[in-house]
Every structure is written in C-alpha cells, then in structure tokens.
Design a protein around this ligand. Sequence first.
Ligand SMILES: Cc1ncc(COP(=O)(O)O)c(C=O)c1O
Length: 386
Amino acid sequence: MNERTPIHMVDLKGQYDRIATDIDAGIRRVIESSAYIRGPQVGEFECALAGYLDVPYALGVANGTDALQIALMALGIGPGDEVVTSAFTFIATAEAAALLGAVPVFADIHPDTFNLDPAGLEACITPRTRAIVPVHLFGQPARMDEIAAIAERHGIPVIEDNAQAIGASYLGRRTGGIGTIGTLSFFPSKNLGCYGDGGAVVTRDEDLYRRMRLVANHGSARKYHNEVVGVNSRLDTLQAAILQAKLPHLDAYNAARRAAADRYDALLSGIRGIRIPGRDPDGVHVFHQYTIRVTVGDGIDGGAARDDLAAHLAAAGIPSAVYYPVPLHRLAVFAPGGPATARFGALPHTERAATEVLSLPMHTELTEEQLVRIAETVAGWAADRA
Ligand SMILES: Cc1ncc(COP(=O)(O)O)c(C=O)c1O
C-alpha cells in the first residue's frame, strides 16, 4: 500500500471491499426474489438486531428521524407536551418533537462527555414533561442510571437517541436497550451504516412495540383497516440485506474505532490548547466521532482558533468536521417568533462546546501512518500558536 494514502473522514468503500462478496450476495437475493417491500430480510434483521441489543422487540423503519417521531407518536406525545433533551445534537432529536407540536426543552451538557448532564435535568421537568431524550453523542453513552432514576421519580419515559452509538454499553448494558424505547439510524456513515437511509426502534415493552408497528404502517395492523393516524416508514429490504451482512462485523468495527481513538489519545494528549475527548468510566464508547476541543480561544473567540486548525488540517489534505457549530437553541427554527417553540435557560457548556469542538477522521480503515500524520499536523499547528 502507498505509504501516504489519502485520508478520508469516513471510508465506506474500504469497508465494503472487505465484505463485498456477502453484501453482493445479499443484494442479489433480494433482487432475485423481487420482495422489495418487507421482504424476509427485514424480519430476519429485526430479530438479529433485537438479539444484539438484548431486547425482545425491534422494528425497522425508514431512518433515524422517523424512529424518533414514531417513538414519540407511540407514547401519545403531541401539542403542548414537553420533551427534555440536549441542544448539542443533530436537529432530528428535537425536530421530531417539534413536528408533533411538542416543545423541546433543552438541558445543558456535561463538558467532559458532551452528553446531557443529569445534574441539570430535574430542573427542566414540569407537569407537562412527557419524555426525556438523552442522546449518546459521538458514540459515548449518556449517564443512563441517573437519567432513568430521575425519569422514574417523575413517571416519565426515556427515549434513547442511539443513532450514533450502536454497540456502546453503559454499566454492562447495550445502549438503546436501556430506556423505554431506543432509536437507531443506519445512515451510511453511522457505526452500522447501510447504503441509503435506514433506522429502527427497539423496546422491551410489547404494547409499545405494537403501537410503534401500527404508527409506522399508516396506523393499521390489518391492511385497509386503519386505526390511528400513522406514517409510512419501512426499512427497505435491500438495506436490511446489507445490514444483515454487516451486523456480524459491528463489534470488530467498533473495536477498530476504539483502537484508533486510543492511538489518537496517546498521540494528542499533552498538546497545549488541545483537549482529547473525556471518557465516562461507566460507559464503553464506540467513537462514532473522535471529537477534540480546541481550547486556545478560551471559549470567547467564536470558534476562530478551532476553524484555523480545521483550515490548517485541510491545507495538509486532512479533512475534519464541526459537529455541531450551532447548538439547537440558537437555530432560526427555534428563535423567538420563529416557526417552532423551544424552552431553555442558560446553556453555557453547550455554547462553549459549539465553539471548541473539532471531529477528526474516524472510521474502521484508519492506518497507523494516517493517525500519526493527523496528530503531527495538529501538534504542528499547536506549536505555532504557543
Ligand atoms: C443524534 C442523531 N439523531 C438522529 C439522527 C437522524 O438519523 P437519520 O439521518 O437516519 O434520519 C441522527 C443522524 O444523523 C443523529 O446523529
């Protein structure tokens, strides 16, 4: 292999090449059967996914955004209800609630993990709170024991947004299967990604599973006998076949991500102005993203130092990305008088994270040479700033 291979943010082609025979055979089987809609591969994958997450029920849906919406609909959440979540996440987490007329209520994150800080959670709960939605951001589990204890005290269900963390675990339990409902995304770049859109909901509660199946299928359990207002959200059979071929490799994929993260940690720790990601000792992080903080701007430069490092990396042929430059409470969609309502107080840790975070290339195919090259480029930038 060429010593200086190009560095990608994700490398889906490299991953495909290793299991091409299985993927191609799975796709061919679907095409030969012509069972494109809810073919047998969907049910088989749902069973395998439930087994993997150690839950009795899994339902494939069209994407991770629908998964959140279907979970909220099955819980009967609608206009005037409040859903407590993080503002430091992808828009889908809050958008699903807003679409249903519910009000997202943003709690602050813990600065070490970027996840909902249970310490500030209880103050956000009101008699209108109908769900808490922790996000296992960047592949790191939120503190589910503390969140579940608060939820239980108030009799509120917990929906785990597990889009970024399939395979992670918290105190020995796989994320997604800990709360009332878990939602998943199989967007191509996710730790378990298909070759288009895909998602799932999982639960231990049979009644909720039935309701989610109803909602996801136009509100009908029996064709042409619709009972509730639902949506059309199916996991595509071709995507299910691809996911079936990839699921057995997920633990190895996550191990490769963790090994790359360990190398990054070793190579980057001690560099002034750079903070490596914090790890919750109670969780197993699966590094959907490897996200450093660029602290030389002291949280008051509006992200200028971080953007400068990103430009320096780009000039050296190294991609990077900012997840997320604008926290949800600062988006126009939730601005006062804007199209949707959100409620929030001061979110200092969320605000600061948005100006400091930078995600470095993270995928299953990173080589030692690439990791060293990335770390040396970061170190070179930091040395120039010192
Ligand atoms: C935290 C989080 N929630 C929800 C989603 C939505 O998933 P999808 O893109 O499959 O709709 C994503 C994916 O981008 C995500 O990162």
